[in-house]
Ligand binder design. Structure first.
Ligand SMILES: Nc1ncnc2c1ncn2[C@@H]1O[C@H](COP(=O)(O)OP(=O)(O)OP(=O)(O)O)[C@@H](O)[C@H]1O
Ligand SMILES: [Mg+2]
Length: 239
């Protein structure tokens, strides 16, 4: 708990890319404590690039990243994890050759004696993993694997969870399950910043949203307003 007014996450004026040519320019997003915030936008808009930059996989050429009031700009992922950030990339988000339990243990790598207690706590949120602790992660279904990726990211009880398309390529039932897990995670106090193609569903469980297009902020507002916006409905909700 911060006890201050500082947002859980602030990324401000971020310019970043893979070569000299920036992919995102001067992009800003923030997530208040207790919020779910969704970023939508066309393929190639730079959404994943933004999350990778926030999580220190890419260097921000301009701008700053602040977690719970403390500047973390330029820190590598392993330090950001200790500062309360967790990231679930869209693919390759579990260690396939390791068991479910080993994946959870890796997610909680800084925990000592509290490891078992934390695993129990996380299994409480994701009961479908409990009977599979000794199974190899690459033997899980796509939905189970996505559930494990969420569980692993929660092992260190992050302040902010970054999710890149958590519902991608899942069956409708598992899409439901992932979104209800995200809502439950948020219900326990974790702020969430997620990218989603499934815009209507994601906005329905979100407090606020951003539209990113062509590497720039395009629109932002309360999720309910974005769902009502003619532009958003036409461009991103297929109406
Ligand atoms: N590793 C990379 N190296 C070079 N260019 C990249 C790399 N990853 C992405 N890009 C380029 O950056 C641009 C934005 O990609 P990004 O993955 O951020 O978009 P996105 O909004 O997440 O799209 P999608 O909805 O398809 O996931 C694209 O033009 C893409 O070709
Ligand atoms: Mg992407």
């Amino acid at each position: 708990m911060s006890g201050t007014q500082a947002p859980a996450l602030l990324a401000e004026g971020i310019t970043s890319g893979y070569t000299e040519v920036p992919i995102i320019r001067n992009v800003s997003v923030s997530v208040a404590h207790g919020e779910i915030v969704t970023i939508i936008g066309p393929n190639g808009a730079g959404k994943s690039t933004l999350l990778k930059t926030i999580f220190g996989f890419l260097r921000a050429r301009t701008g700053r990243v602040v977690v719970d009031g403390a500047e973390v700009t330029g820190m590598p992922p392993e330090r950001l994890v200790r500062r309360g950030l967790a990231f679930v990339p869209q693919t390759d988000n579990v260690f396939g050759s390791l068991s479910v339990r080993e994946n959870l243990t890796m997610g909680g790598f800084t925990l000592g004696a509290e490891m078992e207690q934390r695993i129990e706590r996380v299994l409480g949120l994701f009961p479908l993993l409990a009977p599979r602790l000794r199974e190899r992660a690459d033997r899980l279904s796509g939905g189970q694997r996505q559930t494990l990726a969420l569980a692993r990211a929660l092992m260190l009880d992050p302040t902010v969870l970054l999710l890149d398309e958590p519902s991608a390529s899942l069956s409708p039932v598992m899409v439901e399950s992932v979104f209800s897990h995200v809502a439950a995670i948020n219900g326990q106090g974790t702020a969430v910043l997620m990218i989603e193609q499934n815009a209507r569903h994601a906005l329905a469980i979100s407090h606020r949203g951003y539209v990113l297009a062509n590497g720039e902020n395009r629109l932002e507002g309360p999720a309910a307003e974005l769902l009502q916006s003619d532009d958003v409905r036409r461009l991103y909700l297929g109406e």
